[in-house]
Every structure is written in C-alpha cells, then in structure tokens.
Design a protein around this ligand. Sequence first.
Ligand code: COA
Length: 163
Amino acid sequence: MMEPLSSNLFHLISLFHMHITPLTADLLIQHQDSYLATLTTLSPPGEHTPESLVTCLDRMNAQGTMVFVAIDEQSWIIGTCSVLIEYKFNRWWSCVAHLEDLAVHPNAQGKWVGSWLIKTVLTYAEEQWCYKIILDADKDPAHVSYYEKFGFESCGAYMKITL
Ligand SMILES: CC(C)(COP(=O)(O)OP(=O)(O)OC[C@H]1O[C@@H](n2cnc3c(N)ncnc32)[C@H](O)[C@@H]1OP(=O)(O)O)[C@@H](O)C(=O)NCCC(=O)NCCS
C-alpha cells in the first residue's frame, strides 16, 4: 500500500530538515503561534489561549484522534494532519481511519511536508489495523487530484447537514 518516497533529491533533502511527531500539550504550548499559523491555511482557528488549546487536544485524543505535526530545523511547526480511528462492531474488530485537517504553513508548501504527513497517517492507520482510510476533500478538483497521488479514489456520495 505504501509507495516509496520520491527519488527527487531536492525533496529528500527537504525532508531531512524536518521531523514528524504526535502533537503533545508541551509542543502545543511551546509552538502555539506556528501551529495556529499553520492551521490558518485551512480555516481561521479562532481565538485560543494555551489552556483552550490543550483542552481541545485532550478532547481530540480522548475521542481517538491523533494529531501529527511536522517540525522544521528551527523547531517551528510547519504542517499538521489529524487521524481519527473509528472502531466498528463489524469486520472483526477492525476500524476506519478518518484523515482530517491537513495543513501546511504557506512558507513550507511545495516541499513535500503534506506528502510526508499523509504517508505518516497511512502508516499509522495500517498499524491500527484499519481496513480503510477516508477523507472529505470537498469538491475542489485540485484537492481531489492531490489525494489521488497517494492512492485515494473518489467513491460514493458525500452528504452533510451543516449544524
Ligand atoms: C494542499 C497542501 C496540504 C499540500 O501540501 P504541500 O506540502 O504543499 O504539498 P506537497 O509538497 O506534498 O505536494 C506534493 C505534490 O502535490 C502537488 N500539490 C501540492 N498542492 C496541491 C494541490 N492543492 N492540488 C493538487 N496538487 C497539489 C505538488 O505540486 C506536488 O506534485 P509533484 O508530485 O508533481 O511534485 C498544502 O498546500 C496546504 O496546506 N494547503 C492549504 C490547506 C488546504 O487546502 N488543505 C486541504 C488539503 S487538500
């Protein structure tokens, strides 16, 4: 399922200058500004205090969501992606992974940070014995084609009620 990383030297060099790790309360407090700046590329995260951020992270972790962050050589958070593991009665205790909130800081886009985050989430989902991974790419054709690079296929009908 996992594809090898690009052999493009420039991209590989970019990767060596960052690492990906689960987001912890300490990291969140320490890098609050760069994390919020990264999230802003997705949508405005609203007003936050260190306490509200940690409370939010605790709730996400408690419901089974793991938040991964990419950190550059200057210890700035430059990317994030979350994955929710949904357990099922069916399929012999297997589960479904939901990829959520992929965002890369504007200054770091185009350097494979998003690709590396997606590959991390795919590996994590496999380790959790998920039988599939799904995401909501809206209808933006550019986003759909981005995810297709990693093997995602459009399928079914996406429906919602905005509450
Ligand atoms: C979309 C986003 C996550 C991509 O992350 P990134 O680190 O800049 O992208 P990568 O460097 O990993 O891109 C890898 C490949 O996808 C392509 N790509 C990048 N952004 C793309 C986009 N929006 N649509 C289609 N292809 C895209 C790159 O050109 C590159 O192509 P290549 O393999 O031919 O070289 C990032 O630009 C972002 O955070 N955008 C704003 C938030 C957002 O829209 N999030 C929703 C995720 S779709």
